[in-house]
Design a protein around this ligand. Structure first.
Ligand code: ZN
Length: 330
């Protein structure tokens, strides 16, 4: 029984940061994400034949917007009002941090098929009690509509800040798979923020083996593919975490998944690699080298989240995402 590596990305540029105090300091990081990290990831995924899942904020499907149509949400979050704190249309310099149509084009054209999934339309936390079903409905519908205009059928969903909510809305819109929180004790919704941080740091600095996970049926026919490990961001306090610790943990996660015949679900934001991008991309390369060795030995398949959709036959998955040998291993 082979293990599986799944890589999912929360793809949002600046749109995932607008509700944080001092979000402006992320502008430079997001510029590097756009200019350096995106290219780096595309070449790594092509070189190593990795179909990753890019759960994308719907606003990135656009190349422009107007204030009235910028967001379909009501103002339950500072950034989800009629538009964003800065009107992206009126500032040429920062506009590329709000729009990603050119990047979506490149994901679609990637020689190794990349799966595009959903991360809401404007980065609304569905698990927040202030997010009503109506808001979740509008956010989901808008993202699905923009994807359909590009000929994309979205199957996979990642919740902003991993706060799960409004699953029936996702099912109604044809989603099949979502990324739930990791099974680690500190990642449970009820864990206080401070304990959560301490738990994460302890795992990082002891290089604790990330859990191997399994796709499990959830409500309304959805499948939950929990996270195993966040490829630790390189900004804030976590910039002091050496890259090799991330590599060590990820390699342990891969081997654990192989040992148990389960999934190592690695996730991150491209932004997370945008401080010291060369070193961070090099770290990810080392992880993919190990994954590739295991795959060559017939012990690992690399599959996107959408491959866990219950209605997908391996043949359909193959035609949509995968080189033949990955499906054989699966
Ligand atoms: Zn996000």
């Amino acid at each position: 029984m082979a293990g599986i590596l799944t890589i999912s990305l929360d793809f949002e540029l600046i749109l995932g940061k607008l509700d944080k105090p001092g979000w402006q300091r992320f502008e430079t990081v997001c510029e590097t994400e756009r200019r350096v990290v995106f290219d780096g990831l595309m070449s790594l995924f092509s070189e190593f034949d990795v179909s990753a899942t890019w759960c994308t904020v719907g606003h990135l499907f656009l190349d422009q917007c107007r204030r009235q149509t910028g967001s379909p949400s009501s103002s339950h979050h500072s950034h989800a009002g009629p538009c964003f704190p800065l009107d992206p249309c009126s500032n040429e310099q920062t506009a590329p941090l709000y729009y990603g149509k050119d990047l979506i084009d490149r994901l679609i054209a990637c020689p190794t098929p990349q799966e595009i999934g959903c991360h809401t339309y404007s980065h609304v936390m569905y698990g927040d009690p202030k997010c009503t079903e109506a808001i979740a409905e509008r956010e989901t519908a808008k993202c699905v509509q923009l994807a359909e205009e590009r000929g994309l059928k979205l199957r996979s969903f990642v919740f902003p800040r991993n706060r799960v909510g409004h699953l029936p809305v996702l099912a109604r819109h044809g989603f099949a798979v979502y990324r739930g929180p990791s099974p680690r004790w500190f990642d449970q919704p009820e864990t206080p923020r401070l304990l959560r941080k301490i738990g994460h740091l302890a795992d990082i600095f002891t290089a604790r083996t990330p859990p191997a996970v399994e796709a499990t049926p959830s409500v309304d026919g959805l499948v939950n593919l929990p996270a195993s490990m966040l490829f630790t961001p390189a900004f804030g306090m976590r910039r002091f975490v050496p890259v090799w610790l991330r590599v060590l943990r990820a390699r342990r996660g891969l081997r654990e998944a192989v040992k148990q015949g389960k999934v190592f679900h690695l996730w991150f934001h491209p932004t997370d690699l945008a401080v010291r991008p060369e070193a961070m991309l090099q770290g990810l390369r080392q992880v993919l080298e190990t994954a590739d060795e295991l795959r060559r030995a017939g012990e690992l398949a690399i599959l996107p989240m959408g491959a866990f959709a219950p209605l997908e036959s391996p043949a359909l998955v193959q035609s949509r995402y995968l080189p033949a040998r990955a499906v054989e291993a699966w």
